[in-house]
Design a protein around this ligand. Structure first.
Ligand code: AMP
Ligand code: ZN
Length: 472
């Protein structure tokens, strides 16, 4: 089965076809950098990473763009209210630029820890003001947007397809909706493309006035267009982005370019914690540090967050985290076992024994991944391989083939410990170096090596044949 994706726009699963053969243009709505990203945010970014990895594994070149929103995202996503970053700056008595710089760096460090492949570019909203104004001016010129004082609004009534993504209709979006009504708007659902506020710290001069800043929605339209062109294949985000953010992006881009924007809109469901909402007041907006404080690493968290379907509800609990860590340890163990078998240890007499399990596992894995990235059942054949390995059913060549398959599956999963062989030889070399250091009474170095190994989960034990090691 070729790759199928669920498209929020058509509310159905569709065969995946790119605009340009072999190339995927993908835009992921990224973070607003006013605070440390939490595990809920990472569910959305890890979904984007898994999708990118699967596309690459399937032979596509993926041009991935993830934006950094460092201005213009107002509190509660509403049309009114303070800029999230400026509000945080006020609370911390800091410059807003310092806030966004710090959280952008932290975000990149977290993505790296989680094993996310770097996007082609991470454009910052504040560095694309000219591109946003080009679109805003164009929308005004074409009659899709209107100026009121120094603000510019998009007129939703001018775009008949408004509401196609979210199912909202312009008529329903009246004064009762969560969008605040401003007197000067022609319709309550009209949204700001450009706003003016003399008190805003991050502001730019434009033909509309001296103190302007962009609306959050136009940022993504402009950055996507700048880095990927007028049309893209995939646009992703969390389910809360469907409305108003993505609905507004479609209206702006399509009325500006006169072409369809993204072919596929893919949204991951919110992460729940203990069956409820994540919120600062409940203290459950866990960061990577909170996860580490409970004894889990980013690799284990990655597995916990990607192993369900992105559109299925996912409930995070510490028990579920433990369960994910144990399942991942089993996959690590499978790799270790297969390595030993591939070296002849406990191998079945027929060198090819197990090869047919590998072929079946590969086919099953690919079938489920091609079914809208259905990760959960795609993992089942990996567990089945472990059962065969525990049963001593692999021959030397069969084990080598299984390892090859696992390495390929891990280019998508990105969390199984595959490079153990390399690690093993490194560990042996370090142990020898430690022995030599002890002999020459260089206890500082010996201790340093012990700590280094300990940090990697390696326990040293003195046995009758010298020092032996095992994994914790
Ligand atoms: P924000 O920084 O608040 O704009 O959110 C960044 C991304 O994280 C968006 O794509 C959101 O949809 C997503 N997101 C926020 N909270 C959650 C959650 N609890 N579960 C899953 N995704 C979330
Ligand atoms: Zn966006």
């Amino acid at each position: 089965m070729p790759f199928q994706v669920h498209n929020t726009l058509t509310k159905s699963k569709e065969p995946f076809r790119t605009l340009q053969p072999g190339v995927v243009r993908m835009y992921n709505c990224g973070p607003t950098v006013y605070g440390r990203a939490h595990i809920g945010n990472f569910r959305a970014y890890l979904f984007a990473d898994t999708l990118r990895r699967w596309l690459e594994c399937s032979g596509y070149e993926v041009r991935q763009v993830m934006n950094i929103t460092d201005v213009g995202h107002l509190l509660d996503d509403a049309e009114e209210g303070e800029d999230k970053i400026e509000a945080q700056a006020r609370r911390e008595k800091l410059d807003p630029w310092a806030i966004s710089r710090r959280h952008t760096e932290q975000f990149f460090a977290d993505l790296k820890d989680l094993g996310c492949e770097p996007a082609m570019v991470y454009p910052k909203a504040s560095e694309h003001i000219a591109e946003m104004l080009e679109m805003i001016d164009g929308l005004v010129a074409k009659g899709y947007a209107y100026q009121v004082g120094e603000d510019v609004y998009y007129e939703v009534a001018k775009f008949p397809r408004y509401g196609k993504l979210s199912g909202n209709t312009v008529e329903e979006l009246d004064a009762g909706s969560r969008i605040d009504v401003r007197e000067e708007k022609r319709h309550p659902a009209d949204f700001a493309l450009w706003k003016s506020d003399a008190h805003h710290v991050m502001k730019w001069k434009s033909r509309y006035g001296p103190d302007g800043f962009p609306g959050w929605h136009i940022e993504c339209s402009a950055m996507s267009r700048k880095h990927l062109g007028d049309r893209i294949d995939i646009h992703t985000g969390g389910e809360d982005n469907i409305f108003p953010h993505h609905e507004c992006e479609i209206a702006q881009t399509e009325s500006f370019t006169g072409q369809p924007f993204a072919t596929y809109w893919m949204h991951s469901k919110f992460l729940k914690v203990d069956d409820g909402k994540m919120s600062k007041s409940l203290g459950n907006t866990y960061t990577l540090d909170d996860v580490a404080a409970k004894g889990f690493n980013a690799r284990q968290l990655r597995f916990a967050l990607i192993r369900g379907h992105s559109r299925a509800p996912l409930n995070f609990t510490w028990d579920a985290m433990q369960d994910a860590a144990s399942s991942l340890a089993n996959l690590d163990d499978l790799v270790s076992r297969l390595r030993r078998v591939a070296h002849g240890e406990g191998a079945a007499a027929d060198p090819n024994a197990g090869s047919d399990f590998v072929d079946a596992a590969r086919a099953e894995f690919e079938e489920h991944m091609n079914d809208d990235l259905n990760v959960a059942p795609a993992l089942a054949p990996l567990s089945a391989l472990r059962a065969h390995a525990l049963g001593g059913e692999f021959g030397v060549d069969g084990a080598a083939r299984a390892l090859e398959f696992l390495a390929r599956a891990n280019t998508v999963l990105g969390c199984i410990r595959i490079d153990e062989e390399l690690l093993d030889s490194k560990i042996d070399a370090l142990i020898q170096e430690r022995q030599a250091a002890r002999k020459s009474k260089d206890f500082v170095r010996a201790d340093e090596i012990r700590k280094l190994l300990d940090a990697q989960g390696i326990v040293l034990e003195d046995g009758p044949k010298g020092v032996v090691w095992r994994r914790k």
